[in-house]
Design a protein around this ligand. Structure first.
Ligand SMILES: [Cu+2]
Length: 376
């Protein structure tokens, strides 16, 4: 314990120095501090218990009235209830304030609604059951003057507490099922912006369709240093495809994310839009959503000029997992058009060179077929 405490004091001192020199907020209390605090609390409870016990024994030796342990335990339960409820309220207000800002997509609003309805129902049940549980323990603690009422079974109560939760859960599940259906049962409509997101250890590759609005076909067998997502240039639709470092999307336009993975399972996660879908090797998936709040509008709403929407990988996919992050910028249609006109074509000079190389050396390259045979 002393070692733990010492380490924490050192950490706090270091953080204080850093804060003084860099003016950066220092991290004073590490997790070890709280572990230590927990053990100290346990120790305090044990010591107080022992003191009571010694007092009790002394009273008995002196022939005085012994302590009423049932009362002490009853009050303990009541304290636990009160402190627990205060703790729950604290969690709700302090940690609750750290939740995501309002959903920035159409379906996200529905997801949030469902979340808050479920949360509301469970909170009410939680508070009522905890009060009943600990309140009953306190009220009906052992009392020598009172005889327990024998009440072994009641079919009506059994029926109520089986049927009521069953109905509530069924409503929640059916509600969830239809919401999920409405989010995912999206037909492809003309005018959707198709964007391809390919995950690999440890980065995301982004491809936009060119003027034709159609992404060219791709095949993992064609992946090479220059052709990172294995675009098939036999498909004419791929000629005008565009590669980008950031994801930029126009507000209030339906986006269809075409999701691929090249090595292990990754997961496309954009919490502000309430979007998450796994990227599975060999199994292309897609997710459609419509952003409703531009990055600038969100910065104003949150009063945070540095705010950015982000795309994360939400599967622990290896050592560099933390690195799989991309900024997502939601802009107006005009800003989007301006941005896309400045992006590089996917068919880079290097790629053109590579492909030509395959064309001229075709007969020798039989063995390296898949990668270089695309110009056959
Ligand atoms: Cu990943």
């Amino acid at each position: 314990m002393l070692t733990l405490f010492g380490t924490n004091v050192l950490m706090a001192a270091e953080a204080a120095t850093a804060a003084a020199t860099d003016e950066k907020p220092g991290v004073g209390l590490g997790p070890l501090y709280y572990v230590l605090l927990f053990f100290v609390l346990c120790l305090v409870v044990a010591v107080v218990g022992k003191i009571f016990r010694i007092y009790d024994l002394t009273q008995q030796i002196q022939g005085k009235k012994a302590l009423n342990w049932n009362n002490i335990m009853g009050i303990g339960f009541l304290l636990f209830l009160i402190l627990g409820l205060i703790g729950a309220y604290w969690e709700f207000t302090v940690q609750g304030a750290m939740i995501l800002p309002e959903a920035a997509s159409i379906h996200g609003v529905k997801t949030d609604e469902m979340f808050f309805i479920t949360f509301g129902i469970t909170v009410v049940v939680f508070v009522v059951t905890q009060i009943l549980l600990f309140g009953f323990v306190f009220k009906y603690k052992h009392n020598a003057a009172r005889k327990a009422y024998y009440y072994p079974h009641n079919n009506t109560i059994e029926k109520i507490w089986t049927i009521a939760p069953a109905i509530v859960l069924t409503v929640l599940v059916v509600f969830g099922f239809f919401t999920w259906q409405s989010i995912t049962n999206s037909v492809n409509t003309k005018g959707d912006l198709n964007i391809e997101v390919t995950g690999h250890q440890f980065a995301w590759e982004i491809r936009y369709p060119g003027k034709d609005q159609v992404l060219g076909k791709s095949n993992f067998k064609l992946v090479s240093g220059a052709n990172k997502v294995g675009v098939n240039f036999k498909d004419k639709n791929s000629f005008d495809d565009i590669t980008a470092d950031t994801i930029v999307i126009p507000v209030r336009k339906t986006i269809r994310l075409n999701i691929h993975a090249q090595d292990v399972i990754h997961s496309v996660y954009m919490p502000h839009f309430r979007v998450q879908l796994n990227a599975v090797p060999g199994l292309p998936t897609f997710f459609k959503f419509t952003p409703t709040i531009t990055t600038k509008e969100m910065q104003t709403k949150l009063d945070d000029p540095k705010f950015q929407y982000l795309l994360y990988c939400n599967k622990i996919c290896g050592g560099g997992h933390y690195n799989m992050q991309k900024i997502v910028r939601v802009v107006t249609e005009a800003e989007y058009q301006q941005w896309i006109s400045q992006q590089k074509p996917y068919l880079s000079d290097q790629l053109k060179k590579d492909l030509k190389f395959a064309e001229t050396n075709e007969p020798k390259k039989e063995s390296e077929n898949s990668r270089l045979a695309l110009n056959n």
